[in-house]
Design a protein around this ligand. Structure first.
Ligand SMILES: [Zn+2]
Ligand SMILES: [Zn+2]
Length: 387
């Protein structure tokens, strides 16, 4: 197959600056909900430097979970080739007339609070994920190697002691010729233990590389096998279709539904309530590839079933568990509404009371309680479950 999903590009200097600011703000965005800076480039995968991802979960000052993994970050950056880049364009709020920038109006007008439905502001980082590094380097590798060596030395000394007491039991019982040479045994046994520990560590590294590597490529192949035909059929319906952008959207809808206090209030979610264990999830990291399980076209809609691998952190009654899981998600989109990457902005207004609010996060008007259920113009998530 001609696809290399790990293809990376070199960034232009100006883009590198923006990507740096995205990376710099990512940690605080995840832990404290702060804003993420956007970066930009052509539609592509970008591999950045390696990062140590440290996760620490505490409650009432008590540590419940901690890990620290060396990972590479992959970011998808999407841009429109023919579109405009209006982020910093100055505009007056259509409602109150206050002057602000278009990017500034994304989370509602800072002066009157009016919400606008905007198509995405390109270019922007539309997705990112981390891939755990297979190799062990630096302190982690040394720490594990030391454990193997100490373990092997202890095992060999114990074995020698057992031999001494059980095999030569009879000689000891008769009080015969205590073998003083045995006192020198550790001099030989400790270096042997260290060597055996080193060999065991080497084998451990080989098995680890095979295990982690195959787990990661299992995700990749699923996507590559079915991607070509899916992309072709989607492009026939929607000429602007981009697989990278669809993947970003799909992952973002899955995450939003999982993290939402009530997914059924989300504008894009039309399905049964999620299984209760989804609400125990406190961290969800996409594991590199979106596989296509099924694709059909019926009644003027496309229905796409996807499989995605995630690194999941659960908090079940105060117990933290880390799991690797595969989720099946079904997405639906009307075929009569074209994908429009050009920028557009419309005011969101409750048809009953005229109030303006974030309809993406809340389908119920917070002012009058009326349900605001305009048909979504984009992908809808209709099913999400653990495979
Ligand atoms: Zn305003
Ligand atoms: Zn209302």
């Amino acid at each position: 197959m001609g696809y290399n999903i790990f293809e990376t590009v070199n960034l232009k200097q100006s883009f590198r600056k923006k990507l740096k600011s995205f990376v710099a703000t990512l940690g605080s965005a995840i832990t404290r909900g702060n804003k993420i800076s956007f970066a930009d480039n052509d539609i592509s995968y970008v591999s950045n430097e390696q990062y140590n991802i440290r996760r620490k979960i505490t409650r009432d000052g008590k540590k419940l979970f901690e890990d620290n993994k060396r990972s590479s970050m992959y970011a998808t950056i999407t841009d429109v080739i023919s579109g405009v880049h209006p982020d910093d364009e100055v505009c007056s709020c259509p409602n109150c007339g206050s002057v602000s920038t278009i990017a500034g109006l994304q989370d509602g007008c800072p002066f009157c609070g009016t919400r606008y439905k905007m198509s995405d502001l390109f270019p922007k980082v539309t997705g990112y994920y981390f891939i755990e590094d297979v190799s062990l380097a630096g302190d982690e590798g040394k720490r594990i190697m030391r454990k193997f060596m100490i373990g092997a030395v202890i095992a060999i000394l114990l074995f020698a002691l057992i031999v001494e007491f059980f095999v030569f039991k009879d000689q000891h019982a008769r009080g015969e010729e205590f073998n003083f040479g045995l006192l020198l045994a550790p001099l030989f046994l400790i270096p042997i233990g260290i060597a055996v520990g080193y060999f065991a560590y080497s084998f451990y590294l080989i098995f680890r590389t095979i295990a982690v590597g195959s787990r990661q490529s299992a995700g990749k192949w699923g996507a590559i096998g079915s991607r070509g035909s899916f992309e072709k059929r989607m492009k026939a319906i929607f000429p602007d279709f981009s697989f990278e952008y669809f993947t970003s959207k799909a992952i973002s809808l899955i995450k939003t539904a999982v993290y939402a206090p009530n997914e059924q209030e989300l504008l894009f979610y039309r399905g049964d309530a999620l299984a209760p264990e989804f609400k125990d999830i406190i961290d969800l990291n996409y594991g590199a590839a979106l596989g296509l399980a099924d694709f059909k076209e019926e009644d003027g809609r496309v229905i796409v079933s996807t499989d995605a691998f995630f690194d999941v952190l659960y908090d079940t009654d105060g117990k933290i568990r880390s799991r690797k899981e595969k989720y099946r998600a079904v997405f639906i989109r009307r075929t009569d509404i074209p994908i429009d990457m050009r920028f557009s902005m419309t005011k969101i207004q409750c048809p009953t009371c005229g109030g303006s609010f974030n309809a993406v996060q809340n389908r119920i008007c917070p002012f009058c309680g009326q349900s605001y259920d305009i048909e979504s113009q984009d992908w809808i998530l209709s099913k999400l479950y653990r495979e």
